[in-house]
Design a protein around this ligand. Structure first.
Ligand SMILES: [Zn+2]
Ligand SMILES: [Zn+2]
Length: 195
C-alpha cells in the first residue's frame, strides 16, 4: 500500500492536550500580537482554527494525514475526520511504527473507530461485558457466547441466540453495539432477532 500523504511531517506544530498548537518558539509573538488589537486577535483566531485542521484521520485504516490537500484520503478515497461523531471531541491519536494514527476508540466516550474488524469489535464487547456489574457467572456465559459468535460468520443463524441473550442480560452493552451492528451481525440474522 502506498501512503503518499502520511509520510509528510509538518514539523511546525507540537501536540498539546488541546490539539495542534504552534511550536513554543512561535507562541510568544502570537500571544503578544493578541494585545496588538482586534484585527491581530482575529488573525490569531483564524490561524489557530487552521492549525486545528492540520491533521485528519482516515476511516479506512486510521492513519493520520498531515496537512491534507482535501477532505478525502488520497490513498483510500474515504472522507477523513477529526472529531468523534458520537461525542464531538477531537479523536485521540497514538503513534505506531508506521506513523501517527487515530486510537482504536474515542478516548472521551469509548466509541469504536470505523477501521476495527468484526473480531476486534467482539473483543471490545467482551471487555464491556467484563466491566458490567453482572454476576461473574453471567459475565462468563456472555463472554463465551461472544467467543462462539466470533468463530461464526456474521450471517450464520447459529449466532442469533447469543445476540438475543446479550441483549436480554446486558442491555447496556447491546446499546453500545448498535452503531456497529451492521459489521457484527448479518442482515438475515438481524431479521431473526426478537424485535
Ligand atoms: Zn486512507
Ligand atoms: Zn467520542
Amino acid at each position: 500500500m502506498v501512503r503518499t500523504q502520511e509520510a509528510r511531517c509538518c514539523g511546525a506544530a507540537v501536540f498539546s492536550p488541546w490539539g495542534w498548537s504552534p511550536p513554543l518558539k512561535a507562541r510568544a509573538p502570537l500571544l503578544s500580537s493578541v494585545r496588538g488589537g482586534d484585527r491581530a486577535s482575529r488573525l490569531v483566531h483564524l490561524m489557530s482554527h487552521k492549525e486545528g485542521r492540520r491533521l485528519l484521520i482516515c476511516p479506512a485504516t486510521g492513519h493520520a494525514v498531515n496537512d491534507p490537500v482535501g477532505p478525502f484520503c488520497g490513498d483510500h478515497g474515504a472522507r477523513m475526520f477529526s472529531d468523534c461523531p458520537a461525542c464531538g471531541s477531537e479523536w485521540s491519536r497514538t503513534w505506531e511504527p508506521r506513523g501517527e494514527k487515530g486510537t482504536d476508540f474515542c478516548a472521551q466516550c469509548g466509541n469504536p473507530a470505523p477501521w476495527l474488524s468484526r473480531t476486534e469489535l467482539i473483543q471490545w464487547l467482551k471487555a464491556c461485558v467484563q466491566a458490567t456489574d453482572l454476576e461473574p457467572a453471567k459475565r462468563r456465559e456472555l463472554q463465551e457466547a461472544l467467543d462462539r459468535i466470533a468463530e461464526l460468520a456474521p450471517d450464520d443463524t447459529k449466532t442469533a441466540a447469543g445476540w438475543d441473550r446479550l441483549r436480554a442480560v446486558a442491555p447496556r452493552v447491546w446499546e453500545l453495539a448498535k452503531p456497529v451492528i451492521n459489521v457484527l451481525i448479518g442482515e438475515g440474522v438481524r431479521k431473526m432477532l426478537r424485535p
